[in-house]
Write a protein that binds this ligand. Structure first.
Ligand code: PGA
Ligand code: ZN
Length: 419
């Protein structure tokens, strides 16, 4: 069905700064509305997030330019195109933008229109969004296994002040059960963690993603102990029902060739850092590790992959691969990862995101679809994407509306599929 009109608005994202929402209407009257998120610790190879730069509004972080680009430049390009041909629609925008990282229009502008058009077409076809994505791109996913929750429970790095150098410690559901059960297990362990932190005299205030951000935590290793205790106190078996996932987001503490662990007052080489990591892999029930090294430290990633294989842990690329097929292909060729984090706004169109997931799957790599730290919205399209491409996990924080909307979408999809 043909696109009749495209509109865009400046709305607020979870951090209190603006993001963009797009509305696409088809000639048949069906409408799709989507808002797009952005990261707090975005990788430098991601698609651009264009902001106004006008210091008189929102400290330069307004979205009026992006709104204008959508309404005045992108709209005339896509009006009249068939929303059922998502690939052609996305390619039209990519070509017109003409830059490698979508810096002309903004990845945020392009993604908002890409997703809103897809949502409108799904509505026209009276299909849930995940089914529309799966059918449009023939992903071959049969929905018999839904993604499991990877719940961020402790956060530090750029997501909170005065806490761990590592950005995220997560509880991942690895046992057998429905999505609803797995969400419950992980959340119960999260609540148990609050008591453990309090018992250790740590604050239970939360960070960007709604996870605990305990000030004055003694080391980057301490969260493992707290989480293990929480899993046990909640009545689950660590390594069987619930495991630990971490995201170092190491680019954020990599300076001048060294990894700077402020909490521990130590500056480590990659080899020293990996030796430290290995001590964790020996001791703790860890399911996945992510961005353990900086985004361009390719040689050491290859070593890290060997270490991950030794302990049968999935090594996820995020800032390394940025949902970008070229960077993913390089990581595959070098044998640098076994899994990839997927974020729609890292690349900026639905088509490229799904293609990246399919490339990963073709090479036997697991995908985990993720929220963003800095500016999330209540939009839950990432969950439909995760279901459509058969992601193993969705990584999302445990509290705050823009986070729980993702889990609630997963529960709704499960109810719909299993009823
Ligand atoms: P970001 O962090 O969205 O702030 O970049 C999330 C992540 O690194 O996984
Ligand atoms: Zn990450």
């Amino acid at each position: 069905m043909k696109i009749k009109s495209v509109a865009a608005y400046e709305i607020l994202a979870s951090g209190g700064y603006p993001t963009v929402e797009a509305r696409v209407e088809l000639e048949s009257g069906f409408v799709g509305i989507t808002s797009v998120p952005y990261g707090a610790s975005a990788g430098s190879h991601e698609a651009s997030v264009l902001m106004d730069g006008d210091q008189a509004r929102y400290n330069g972080q307004g979205m009026l330019r992006v709104v204008k680009t959508i309404q005045e430049t992108i709209a005339p390009l896509v009006i009249g195109l068939d929303a059922a041909d998502q690939r052609a629609l996305d390619e039209t925008m990519i070509t017109a933008d003409g830059t490698p990282n979508k810096s002309q229009f903004g990845g945020n502008a392009i993604l908002a229109v890409s997703l809103a058009a897809a949502q409108a077409e799904a509505a026209a076809q009276k299909k849930p969004f995940y089914k529309h994505i799966a059918e449009t791109f023939q992903t071959g996913v049969d929905f018999s296994n839904l993604p499991s929750p990877m719940v961020v429970v402790i956060e530090g790095g750029k997501h909170a002040d005065d806490t761990t150098d590592l950005q995220e410690f997560c509880i991942s559901a690895v046992g057998d059960g429905s999505a609803a059960e797995k969400v419950r297990w992980a959340m119960e362990a999260y609540h148990a963690l609050k008591k453990v932190l309090k018992a250790n005299k740590l604050s239970t205030n939360v960070g960007n993603e709604g996870a605990f951000a305990p000030n004055g935590i003694p080391s980057n290793e301490a969260p493992f102990q707290y989480i293990l205790e929480a899993i046990k106190n909640a009545g689950y078996v660590a390594g069987k029902d619930l495991s630990i996932s971490i995201d170092a987001a190491a680019s954020e503490f990599y300076h001048d060739g060294k990894y700077d662990l402020k909490v521990e007052g130590r500056q480590l080489t990659a080899a020293e850092l990996m030796a430290y990591y290995e001590s964790w892999l020996q001791k703790y029930p860890i399911a996945t590790i992510e961005d353990m090294l900086a985004e361009d430290d390719w040689d050491n990633w290859v070593m890290m992959k060997q270490l991950a294989d030794k302990y049968q842990v999935e090594l996820i690329g995020d800032d390394l691969t940025v949902t970008n097929q070229e960077r993913l292909q390089k990581a595959i060729d070098l044998n640098a990862i076994s899994a990839i984090l997927i974020k729609l706004n890292q690349i900026g169109t639905l088509t490229e995101t799904v293609d990246c997931c399919m490339l990963a799957r073709k090479h036997g790599l697991m995908t985990t679809t993720s929220h963003r730290g800095g500016g999330e919205t209540n939009d839950a399209a990432m969950v439909d994407l995760a279901v459509a491409v058969g992601s193993r996990f969705i990584k999302v924080g445990p509290t705050r509306g823009e986070r729980v909307s993702k889990y609630n979408r997963l529960l709704a999809i499960e109810r719909e599929l299993r009823s």
